[in-house]
Write a protein that binds this ligand. Structure first.
Ligand code: ZN
Ligand code: ZN
Length: 346
């Protein structure tokens, strides 16, 4: 049995729980989990805020650890290697999206790291709030040992979720990029956006975040509660990345886009948004979405970050503090990602 932490119901605290990991199949990699980041999706799923949560749920999809065993057909990993697992652990491999390395958009439905269903056994998948995990090698990422592993863990979701749209829209030099929300995703969007050469503006409700935003890569800072500052930015941005996963007014930001500007949503509020379409028509603006990233692009992102020395700013916690961490995350009281030290799950 493998030690884990699980929520048993939408209103339940996470508590110790034992799970059974599958035996290693020929192409499987068994990983001892050293660190797991705490993503806002974990909280949404633990509390069934998106619907469809199967209990008990073991969250966690920012997993970094050490390979402890491999199946006899595994070619990419050996025992002792550092390895990572993100939001996906399998997909059909055959649809047009999988063939393009866009496994996150698998037409048959990709298998999520937790609350998914194993394609062979039909068992529910359990995430990284646990001591070990077994994953097909095609969905295991290589992790550089040059960087602190705890700080690399959040790249597996927060990193790729912001990297993928930046790459897809080729955002970089000559572009004005706005970032909404300075949390786990937002702080990675600042770091990555600035590293690609864009002029980055932090759009925040909190003046207390200006110093940090600038340290993380923002060239400019705008207080969204100040109508005068917002008016000055009307029609200003080529791209906006919206990382907020709580309810908020999209129209306020759409009008900040220049002609042909694109606002890309990467945070997912539980309730549908009201969008005034006139804001899109005037200026041929687009409201777009982007979900995590495929496996090849996730590896590309990890390699890019290792080369540039980019990691996440984290607060390392013991697993016993996970419920308190959720409470603090809801208050945006984290700089900027909680990461669980899995050695604390004894
Ligand atoms: Zn996530
Ligand atoms: Zn597919």
């Amino acid at each position: 049995m493998t030690k884990a932490y699980a929520a048993a119901a939408p209103d339940a605290r996470l508590t110790p729980f034992e799970i059974e990991r599958r035996d290693v199949r020929p192409q499987d990699v068994q990983i001892e989990i050293l660190y797991c980041g705490v993503c806002h999706s974990d909280l949404h799923m633990a509390r069934d805020e998106w619907g469809g949560t199967i209990y008990p749920v073991v969250p966690g999809h920012e997993i970094v650890g050490r390979v402890t065993a491999v199946g006899n057909k595994v070619t990419k990993f050996r025992a002792g290697d550092s390895a990572g697992v993100g939001c996906l652990v399998d997909s059909c491999r055959e649809c047009k999206n999988c063939r393009k390395g866009l496994e996150q958009y698998c037409k048959a439905g990709s298998v999520l790291t937790y609350n998914g269903r194993d394609r062979i056994s039909g068992d529910i998948t359990y995430g990284g709030y646990s001591r070990q995990v077994v994953v097909h090698e095609d969905f295991v990422l290589r992790i550089s040992d040059k960087q602190p592993l705890a700080e690399v863990a959040p790249l597996l979701c927060a990193g790729i979720t912001t990297y993928s749209p930046l790459r897809h829209w080729n955002i970089g030099k000559g572009h004005k990029l706005g970032v909404i929300g300075l949390g786990g995703l937002g702080h990675m969007a600042l770091k990555l956006g600035a590293s690609f050469g864009a002029e980055v503006t932090m759009l925040s409700t909190s003046p207390a975040k200006e110093a940090d935003a600038r340290r993380l890569g923002a060239h400019k800072f705008a207080l969204t509660r100040d109508p005068a500052q917002m008016k000055k930015l009307t029609g200003y941005f080529d791209y906006i990345i919206d990382t907020v996963s709580a309810e908020h007014d999209y129209n306020l930001y759409i009008r900040l886009l220049d002609t042909n500007g694109v606002m890309i949503c990467v945070g997912a509020p539980p309730t549908p948004a009201q969008v005034a379409v006139f804001g899109l028509l005037g200026g041929r603006r687009s409201l777009a979405g982007s979900g995590i990233g495929g496996i090849p692009e996730t590896q590309e992102m990890l390699d890019y970050c290792a080369e540039r020395g980019i990691t996440s700013d984290i607060e390392l916690i013991d697993i016993a503090s996970i419920n308190e961490a959720y409470t603090r995350m809801l208050k945006s009281d984290v700089r900027y990602r909680f990461v669980i030290d899995m050695a604390s799950l004894a």
